[in-house]
Write a protein that binds this ligand. Structure first.
Ligand code: ACO
Length: 342
């Protein structure tokens, strides 16, 4: 099936303007690797439990003093190099993160400075694990409208900083990393064909970090009660994740004018192997068409999709002319998907 020339990015919203493609993609993970065997010595768990319940074998953990912007800037440099561009070419910087360097200024401002970019607009976007796809669509709109030519979109998270390392139900799942994409218009390249974004704010209790914001400012008590760490009802999240990712995947594919059979590679949010297998099964898209790397990274939130996409491109699993489906789910709740003609 031929992709539509134009479609919708949200119900009732016409997709107008220039086509936008990913001109460069890059990723970064900190050197330190924490294995399941090491976690066995930290909490009451086993390699076997972690592997069978999640598929994760190891994850990367940032060094002391290494902030989310430090991870992001490495990914940004790699993406710019891949695009054959320099920091000075960037017109706008977007950083999707759930673990910002600090409440303010934004991580995007820190990244702009560390990258040596011009004093262009820079801001953060909060959509947890769906953050990269949200930021991809926001960046796309800037390039499509013609107001900006080169937009840097970064998904970066240092979840180790907001993980309770005594809670076996969560600490075995997360990791630190960053991924980045450079968005540009190039005549003749279709690039991002469609996106589909959604949110449900009624479900905040099943996945959140309760304290440290204005609703529950930091106190000695909140620190004692471990309220600055991720809290998650795993089973509830699991069920909602499968349904939201399925409808997001179908939504973006439908808007793109393609069929699921036209998708060469699916890059899902890398949270849990069982969630990904359930989606593969229900979409009837074989696992051979999915790219999965969570065994080596764990769930890296906003970084998960660009890290997996960059790896799939490096491995030749995503090639020029392929149709790629990105699909994510995260705290908020949020979900998002995109179809890209690579
Ligand atoms: N090691 C050993 N046992 C454990 C561990 C552990 N690390 N963690 C929990 N258990 C125990 C529980 O205490 C429970 O014991 P009980 O039956 O005696 O009460 C048992 O294992 C089963 O626990 P469940 O939570 O029911 O296990 P489940 O099969 O649901 O797997 C998991 C848990 C892996 C968290 C799964 O529910 C999941 O992946 N959920 C989705 C999580 C997700 O996708 N999060 C990302 C969302 S986006 C974001 O993070 C920003």
């Amino acid at each position: 099936m031929k992709p539509a020339e134009s479609d919708t990015s949200a119900p009732g919203t016409a997709r107008l303007g220039r086509s936008v493609h990913i001109a460069g993609i890059g990723s970064y993970a900190p050197e330190r690797v924490l294995t399941n065997q090491e976690l066995e010595k930290m909490v009451d768990t086993t390699d076997e439990w972690i592997l069978t319940r999640s598929g994760i074998r190891e994850r990367h953990i940032a060094a002391p003093g290494q902030a989310t912007s430090d991870l992001g800037v490495e990914a940004a440099r790699a993406a710019l190099a891949d695009a054959g561009l320099a920091a000075g070419d960037v017109d706008l910087i977007l950083v999707a993160t759930a673990s910002p360097d600090m409440l303010f200024p934004s991580t995007a401002c820190q990244l702009q400075h560390k990258l040596g970019a011009r004093k262009v607009a820079a801001f953060d976007l909060s959509a947890a694990c769906s953050g990269f796809i949200y930021a991809l669509e926001v960046g796309r709109q800037f390039v499509a409208s013609g107001t900006h030519d080169t937009v840097l979109v970064v998904g970066a998270d240092k979840l180790s900083a907001i993980t309770d390392w005594t809670d076996r139900a969560t600490c075995v799942l997360f990791g630190d990393a960053a991924g980045a994409a450079v968005l540009r218009h190039e005549p003749g390249r279709r690039g991002i064909l469609s996106t589909h974004l959604g949110a449900d704010g009624s479900q905040k209790e099943i996945l959140n970090v309760p304290a440290g914001g204005s609703a529950m400012p930091a106190t000695e008590q909140t620190v004692r009660d471990k309220m600055h760490f991720i809290r998650m009802s795993g089973r509830e999240v699991f069920k909602l994740a499968v349904n939201a990712m399925l409808s997001a995947a179908r939504g973006a594919v439908e808007k793109s004018g393609l069929a699921l059979s036209d998708i060469n590679c699916v890059i899902p949010h890398q949270a849990n192997m069982r969630i990904i297998e359930a989606i593969s099964d229900r979409l009837k898209v074989g696992m051979d068409r999915f790219h999965v790397n969570l065994q080596h990274y764990g769930n890296t939130s906003a970084a998960s999709i660009p890290v997996a996409l960059a790896e799939a491109v490096r491995m030749g699993k995503v090639k020029r002319g392929d149709n790629v489906l990105l699909v994510a789910f995260g705290g908020g709740l949020t979900w998002g998907s995109a179809v890209i003609h690579w």
